[in-house]
Design a protein around this ligand. Sequence first.
Ligand code: CP
Ligand code: NVA
Length: 315
Amino acid sequence: MTGAARFRHFLDLGDAGGDAIAAMINDAIDRKAGRAGLPKGAPDADAPLSGKVLALVFEKNSTRTRVSFDIAMRQLGGSVLILDSGSSQLGRGETIADTARVLSRMVDAIMLRTDDHAKIEDMARHACVPVINGLTDRSHPCQILADLLTVIEHGKALPGLEVAWFGDGNNVLHSILEAAGLMKFNVRVATPVGYEPDSAFVALARAGGARVTLTQDAAEAARGADVIVTDTWISMGQAHAEAKLAAMAPYQVNPYLMALAKPDAVFLHCLPAHVGEEVSEEVFEGPQSVVFDEAENRIHAQKSVLLWSFGLLAP
Ligand code: CP
Ligand code: NVA
């Protein structure tokens, strides 16, 4: 990008758009290859975010998001600091607006993991630095960027790809649907009645030209799919409900469902997994599972998100 860099919030994939997502994936592939053999915390040769500080703000638990953003910033030459709601004034009721204004004076970018999506919109409205969505109840865009990178690395092109989702119509599925409309792949969604995704995300995907099939028949969704994906049946902040677990049982990804997909289909899961619930051990540990590539790719994908947010990656 030429001229003065301008910052951009990354609250959802649509903030970037299809061309920027393609650029982010290409940049992630190049940077990942370019640093092969380096220690994980060593900076990339150009260290493009040298001196920059990213605040990681958590109102929910995290392992991957926390570690991958920290390592991503180290590799880009910058650093992070971490605020948990339990040990910061956010947990005592200081407003998001004031937190955004204070952090904007002290750091160069903010990543927020929170419950209500309205909170991250509030953060973005009041911050003078880029705000990045590290998961809300509504969406998880950084995860899906890593997922797209992973399927491409495993030899699949996005346009026309058949992605099949099983179980709960949750935040991760919402970002898959948003990506489908932007990157022109198709999504078959198999959920029990009452657990379908937000219809706004289905409409968004369809408006972008994706074919979205909603079904209660897991086999129908799996047949001929290129990618099989699932997630926990109970997301963070949701009550553990026996009725929900019982409704989800027919949607477990197991060898029977995998056998209906294409022979070279890959299995994705954002993690943490509940093996024996949403996925059987045979599939989770099996040869088609790429879940640990997917986890590692959080680092590489988020480096691109950071560069894009700082205005250092076009378009
Ligand atoms: N997939 C993911 O976001 O993992 P964490 O909850 O551990 O960050
Ligand atoms: N749907 C899950 C994703 C965890 C990374 C949750 O929100 O808890």
